[in-house]
Design a protein around this ligand. Sequence first.
Ligand code: ADP
Ligand code: MG
Length: 256
Amino acid sequence: MTHTPHVIDIRDLHKSFGAIEVLKGVDLAAPRGQVVSLIGSSGSGKSTLLRCANLLEDSQRGEILFEGEAVRWTGEGHGRRPADRRQVTRIRTNLSMVFQQFNLWAHMTILQNVMEAPVTVLRRDRAEVEECARAYLDKVGIGNKCDAYPAELSGGQQQRAAIARALCMEPRALLFDEPTSALDPELEQEVIRVIKALAEEGRTMILVTHDMAMARDCSSHVVFLHQGRIEEEGPPARLFGQPETDRLRAFLSATA
Ligand code: ADP
Ligand code: MG
């Protein structure tokens, strides 16, 4: 039987800012076609873990594998860095991030925003990218906003543009960091609908969210992080239905 490697596989990851250790030996896998949600209190290390996964942050110990290929390091501890810039670029362009603050370029139209990275970073053919960008903007329901500027869109529309931009990179996985937390509740739903549709079509995703309903509805596996350690994890029905640890019970009753 052949073994398909996980898109992302993180093993025993340790990350400190100065003397403060914020990830204390974390394992996290993103199996192909599945959605893993990361939940936990503010400051528990969720964003840091996501940023370590796509090598936006260095880490001091542990392994990160992308489709079975281990990141190669040079140096140790606080001196540890990825050894191969080309490997970093390849991994990072294959793991598209969607942030809380959509980070769209204000001086570019929505279409230009979505086309920018595939054209300049991946050096793909402009006409081909445009076709792809229009299709993804249609898919997230804002195909009619191609020529608008970000400031002319609602927050929910801007976040859907950011999702189209991430998709247009044709990544192996999407990483979401609190994609709905800057949005009003009624705009949140339109973004959740898009993420749910992506989950249903089998996109590989890691989803950091404060929204327990979204974690329950969208994910195949939920990881609860507490002070830089995984306190509990499992399928959403079990985790939300029968939390086993006092910490998760306390967290869930505080977010309810
Ligand atoms: P979460 O996303 O779960 O709210 P973060 O990953 O943002 O948590 O933060 C985890 C811990 O790391 C927090 O204590 C935070 O203050 C600290 N931290 C995050 N980024 C930095 C940084 N660039 N420098 C120093 N400390 C940081
Ligand atoms: Mg965060």
